[in-house]
Design a binder for this molecule. Structure first.
Ligand SMILES: NC(=O)c1ccc[n+]([C@@H]2O[C@H](COP(=O)([O-])OP(=O)(O)OC[C@H]3O[C@@H](n4cnc5c(N)ncnc54)[C@H](OP(=O)(O)O)[C@@H]3O)[C@@H](O)[C@H]2O)c1
Length: 267
């Protein structure tokens, strides 16, 4: 039951209706008997600074999750970033410190890696193709390189963003062969859609699936629908597929820990 003492958590994004974090957090709060609630908060694409000012002023709000398209601008609005946030300049989880300062981190990439390994897929020494260089693409690239991927090929509609990401990851992880790619995904063990294409049934694919090796695992970051146009096409072509929800499940416990809710998940 929500009472006067209930602590607040939130997820902010635009759109917001597709998010699953509130269900996951609220199930956890109820199973662990924690007096807290997680709310979806719809903040428009062009209204983030005003939205942040509002969040700052809510003193019983202990932290919030950030989703598209707010992850990069939120990193600039944080008072402090931990190492993962600072590396990427992107955040997806923000907590209020006892002194009121807001500290951000990025857990998407580590969640994606955890989702892969928990389903039996290796990251070390594997070659990855990533379509997308926004918040999710950036997170994946740094986390995969940090986890020992042999090679990363990065492709993005806005080429300059992919170029910058290639330079940044290449500098941070010189042992990983990081290259700018095209829509051609050949020669990789894992090919990933890390763009927001796939939320709608008539969305185009973010790369040329027909170019992918038949043995490649085809992975998504988009969670809803679970079977995106990419995964439907990949399954039809006989690829192994990996859902976007595995990435979120992989990082829920990491989010809880960062927010100081360190009780192990009971779900
Ligand atoms: N499973 C999870 O745990 C998880 C975690 C994080 C995000 N996600 C999902 O990942 C998706 C992307 O999130 P994000 O944070 O990376 O968003 P973002 O920072 O806004 O980046 C969006 C990305 O999608 C690309 N894109 C958008 N529309 C496109 C189009 N019509 N054609 C080609 N490319 C297009 C963008 O390319 P440009 O740079 O050219 O604009 C950019 O690479 C969202 O659906 C989000 O829900 C899932």
């Amino acid at each position: 039951m929500i009472t006067g003492t209930t602590r607040l958590y939130a997820i902010i994004g635009d759109p917001i209706a597709h998010v699953r974090t509130p269900m996951a957090f609220n199930d956890f709060f109820s199973a662990a008997n924690i007096d807290a609630v997680c709310l979806p908060i719809h903040i428009g694409r062009d209204d983030l600074p005003r939205g942040w000012a509002g969040l700052r002023s809510i003193l019983n709000l202990d932290g919030f999750i950030v989703t598209a398209p707010h992850k990069q601008e939120s990193a600039r609005l944080c008072d402090a970033l931990d190492a993962d946030g600072a590396y990427t300049g992107v955040v997806n989880t923000v907590r209020r410190e006892p002194n009121g300062r807001l500290t951000g981190t990025l857990l998407d990439g580590r969640g994606f890696v955890s989702g892969l390994t928990s389903h039996g897929y290796e990251v070390k020494d594997r070659r990855f193709y990533i379509a997308g260089a926004g918040g999710a693409g950036t997170a994946l690239a740094y986390a995969l390189a940090a986890s020992g991927a042999a090679a990363l090929t990065i492709h993005n509609r806005t080429r300059s963003k992919a170029e910058n990401l290639v330079i940044g990851v290449g500098k941070a992880f010189p042992g990983c062969d990081v290259r700018l790619g095209s829509s051609d995904a050949a020669g990789h063990h894992v090919v990933v859609n890390a763009t927001s294409l796939g939320l709608k049934p008539d969305d185009a694919l973010s790369f040329n699936l027909e170019s992918a090796d038949p043995s490649a695992l085809v992975a998504e970051v988009v969670m809803k629908p679970e079977m995106t146009p990419l995964l439907i096409a990949a399954k039809r072509r006989g690829h192994a597929i990996h859902f976007g929800t595995h990435m979120l499940n992989g990082q829920l416990e990491l989010m809880m820990q960062f927010l100081g809710l360190s009780t192990p998940l009971t779900r």
